[in-house]
Design a binder for this molecule. Structure first.
Ligand code: CP
Length: 304
């Protein structure tokens, strides 16, 4: 039985198979209508979510399965002091697979150790968000036709943004990827990531001004400033509008640059950019359903 805690839990060959399956689901959705008949997905969300929870629920429903779960720790027995380990032992009695989001880093891993069913990390604190990374990779592969040979700019909150940390970890396994990290000093990518890039000899640069690097990017990955991870409101207010991608900045970019964003967006992408054909973030959300359908099928098969 397999779990998904990090994008690195799958080899690049396994990811290729997963993405092929996701693309087949996209092309032939009816073929999968009953693929999970009789199966139950539990969504255990101790932190707020729109996309991740609902795309998992949509994915399982589209596969013919059913869903149970909670969307708020306050409505679960966590509010009475139940541990994640005990909760997952109970959830294992009620369902066949579980997607868990938790504010504490490592909590889904603790759950996986005690679980009788596959557990998917649906985001743990500022650490990892592997299914967002699968979504991002599938979007890039589907829209660019490849997962190598490009320069990607990651912009915004690179310190707390778990989607950024997961995506960098995943992309280092592909050929000729160059990173440009665009952030204010206070929100720079953590040292453990830049240490890893230096160790692997993967080129990266850190800059503050988005305008300066726009013409060099093949992909721009925008992120919001993660209000919920700040210790004081004053710092958040000072940094929250540091970057706003607008049509003026888009005019500096390559004609085929892709703009991705895990969403939710706050102010960091002006709504006028949504009309630009390079804005791929709403398509990206749709790919999130296909890749989660493929993931559910793959992990359930591992549990048979
Ligand atoms: N991208 C993402 O994780 O969005 P939600 O927080 O709405 O799930």
């Amino acid at each position: 039985m397999r779990h998904l805690m990090s994008p690195l839990d799958f080899t690049t060959e396994e990811l290729e198979r997963l993405f092929d399956l996701a693309n087949d689901i996209e092309q032939n959705p009816r073929k999968y209508d009953h693929a999970c008949d009789g199966k139950i997905l539990a969504t255990c969300f101790y932190e707020p979510s729109t996309r991740t929870r609902l795309s998992f629920e949509s994915a399982m429903t589209r596969l013919g399965g059913r869903i149970i779960g909670f969307s708020d720790a306050a409505s679960s027995s966590a509010s009475k002091g139940e541990s994640v380990s005990d909760t997952i032992r109970i959830i294992s009695c009620y369902s066949d697979i579980c997607a868990m989001r938790h504010p504490k880093e490592g909590a889904p891993m603790v759950a996986a150790e005690k679980s009788g069913i596959p557990v998917i990390n649906a985001g743990d604190g500022g650490h990892q968000h592997p299914t967002q990374t699968l979504t991002d990779l599938l979007t890039i592969r589907s829209m660019k036709g490849k997962l190598d040979n490009f320069t990607i700019g990651l912009c915004g909150d690179l310190k707390f943004g778990r989607t950024v940390h997961s995506l960098i970890n995943a992309l280092v396994r592909y050929q000729n990827i160059r990173f440009i990290f665009i952030s204010p000093e206070e929100l720079k990518v953590p040292d453990y990531i830049t240490d890893m890039l230096r160790e692997k000899n993967i080129p990266y640069e850190e800059v503050i001004r988005l305008e300066d690097v726009m013409p060099h990017l093949d992909i721009l990955y925008m992120t919001r400033v993660q209000k919920e991870r700040f210790f004081n409101e004053e710092d958040y207010v000072r940094l929250k509008d540091f970057y706003i991608l607008d049509t003026v900045k888009m005019a500096l970019a390559k004609k085929d640059m892709l703009v991705l964003h895990p969403l939710p967006r706050v102010n960091e992408i002006s709504v006028e950019v949504d009309k630009d054909p390079r804005a791929a973030y709403f398509k990206q959300a749709k790919y999130g359903v296909y890749v989660r359908m493929a993931l559910i099928l793959t992990l359930l098969e591992s549990a048979q």
